[in-house]
Design a protein around this ligand. Structure first.
Ligand SMILES: [Zn+2]
Length: 250
């Protein structure tokens, strides 16, 4: 089943790439055919095979030789890996509704994280549908109220930082993403998620300053760290939380 999940992840990842591209550049997600963004040529089916096409084309368009964005293989591989690892958490994933819900949330997090990484923006038309789905999932699973409290708590925490920093530390998009993450994870996994986001954000920040790629004052896309941390918590959340609780002697 893990192999099937990985293949499904490659296919969904390829679709998420189209979503990310068209959310920014416009165009329908479902109808129009894929083109090379540089020379506008329609791509043949064999140029659209996840990961493999990128490798065989050596990251360049066949006709105009312009570089293909690293986003394509990265999103496809991330999605494949995430789906495969999520499947490992279940005895029989196919028959478990929770597994399919997690795949949907993972897809939302991948789009949000990658879009924020590229464009420093969290779009309402992505995050709100995610919030609504997470709320429905909470009602269905009978944990809506605690999840909503976690989501509202995290959103409020981010909103406070937004107001204090006048939008310099954190954007309003992060506030909505906080609501989404809280609804998805509830307590205590929401805490694990933001702890991971802050630690990884700080680590990458220090690394980039060390490599002189960024200055102390330059911004990092916090939503991307939240999104990737969310994916990690979807996969290993309970294990990480348990390990940490043991570490501090809880
Ligand atoms: Zn081209």
């Amino acid at each position: 089943m893990t192999v099937v999940s990985i293949i499904l992840g490659l296919i969904i990842g390829s679709f998420l790439n189209v979503v990310i591209y068209r959310l920014y550049h416009g165009g329908s997600i479902l109808v129009s055919r894929s083109i090379c963004p540089a020379c506008r040529r329609h791509l043949t089916p064999w140029e659209l095979v996840p990961v493999l096409s990128f490798v065989f084309l050596r990251g360049r368009c066949r006709t105009c030789h312009k570089k293909i964005s690293w986003q394509y293989p990265v999103v496809e591989l991330t999605c494949a890996l995430t789906f495969g690892l999520l499947a490992l958490n279940y005895q029989s994933p196919v028959s478990n509704v929770q597994f399919w819900i997690q795949l949907v949330f993972a897809s939302f997090l991948i789009v949000i994280a990658m879009f924020d990484l590229k464009h420093y923006l969290i779009l309402d038309k992505v995050v709100w549908p995610g919030i609504i789905l997470a709320a429905i999932s909470g009602i269905w699973g009978g944990h809506f109220v605690p999840s909503l409290l976690a989501g509202a708590g995290l959103a409020l925490f981010f909103l406070l930082q937004y107001l204090l920093s006048q939008g310099r530390w954190i954007g309003l998009g992060d506030v909505k993403l906080g609501l989404f993450l809280g609804l998805v994870f509830g307590w205590p996994l929401t805490l694990t998620c933001i702890a991971l986001a802050y630690f990884s954000g700080a680590a990458v920040g220090v690394l980039l300053i060390g490599l002189k790629r960024k200055q102390l004052s330059s911004q990092l896309p916090f939503g991307a760290f939240l999104g990737f941390s969310g994916i990690i918590v979807l996969i290993w959340g309970p294990a990480i939380t348990g390990w940490y609780a043991k570490l501090i002697g809880l």
